[in-house]
Ligand binder design. Sequence first.
Ligand code: HEC
Ligand code: HEC
Length: 391
Amino acid sequence: MLFHDKRLSRNDTVSCASCHDQARAFSDPAVASTGVNGTTGRHAMRLINARFANERRFFWDERATTLENQTTQPVRDHVEMGFSGTLGDPNFAALTAKLAAIPDYRVLFAMTFGDADVTEIRIQRSLAQFVRSIQSFDSKFDVGRAQVPNEGAPFPNFTAQENNGKALFNNPPAPPGQPQTGAGCAGCHAPPEFDIDPNSRNNGVITKIGGTTDLTNTRSPSLRDLIGPGGQSNGPFMHDGSFATLAQIISHYNAIPGDNANLDPRLRRPVGVQNLGLNPQQMNDIAAFLRTLTGSSVYMDEKWSDPFNAQNQLTLIVLPADAVEITNHGNGTATIACHAAPNLSYNLESSPDLKEWTHVEPLISDANGRCQKLVGISGMRFYRFTYTPPS
Ligand code: HEC
Ligand code: HEC
């Protein structure tokens, strides 16, 4: 809910999902994304398999030391969501107060953390866990990898071209003067996650959006899902969104355009910079391999989708079973209690089959967040507590 909620921005226009669209592997087709005050200085990253990243620091320049730390930086950013506390923006406390005034959030924070307090740490934990949940493991690559003992073996489900592209991706470049058998990609983007070696320095893409030079970008998101399941591009690619196609990317590594003070040594040569001399067929093979890294469920699974209806509201919150406590009195009655946010109206509902639910009665939680009801327990019934957000 936090990820998809525009109320996390100062003027209710921008959510995390505005720049990280599920249909685009949680990225943005624009080179620079639009926030509440202009556009971002770097391209929005895909958020696939961040949980399994080799490099545990986030953003292109790795300035976020943990995913938790990352998640509220866009909220605190003047351009992106505008709770910066500077330049006339409200501060972060204004956001926690804004969310605490929304009863749905009190219900959900109580459900998640045991009481209804809305704090920055809780927002960070929730958003970081949501980002960690974004996982894509149903690609052609994953199917093939499960059929062989090691990464180097040809995958039975791959075409000859894809297997050749895989070998080129994984193998280190051949010594100068010998036929080229590797592009060295896996040296920095190691399978099976294909994000980045934590020691990587920059890759020679050094232009900053808008013109000047930026040598600080040393992280890449996973190379999974560069291309969507329908063949559409999830680009543009790189921190400056400067490449639109896989071919442009591979040409870049084939002949690194120039040296710089922070260029990764793997892309340097005793004289000059990497020039692989890949032929057009080899370049196409690497592109064919990169296309095998595309999953499908991450684009459609409802669990990552926008939970709001057309009126920007939630429709129903079902409290989790572990918020419910049943005390059997042994005389054909039981007390069903739930721990929820204080002073709100919940419904106790009952069902014979977990499909059709009928309201037993509305209950107001007390100042400690408890609501309870004595019920008869002859026969088989299921019970649940729900909260219906006001419309
Ligand atoms: C206005 C557009 C915008 C919004 C809103 C936005 N992001 Fe981002 N996101 C970006 C950009 C741009 C980057 C790369 C920035 C950089 O490296 O300096 C990024 C990077 C990230 C990363 C780092 C991924 C990695 O692999 O290092 C994560 C995680 C992330 N965003 C999550 C979020 C969350 C959670 C929210 C909502 C609280 C959010 N973003 C809101 C544009 C946005
Ligand atoms: C020396 C380490 C290194 C090597 C080797 C390397 N890369 Fe990268 N790669 C990076 C870095 C660093 C970035 C982030 C660059 C940026 O945007 O500033 C990156 C970014 C990328 C991206 C863009 C990802 C995105 O989300 O926009 C792609 C695609 C990519 N590399 C593919 C490859 C391929 C294919 C090869 C082999 C031909 C390769 N890389 C070799 C370090 C490396």
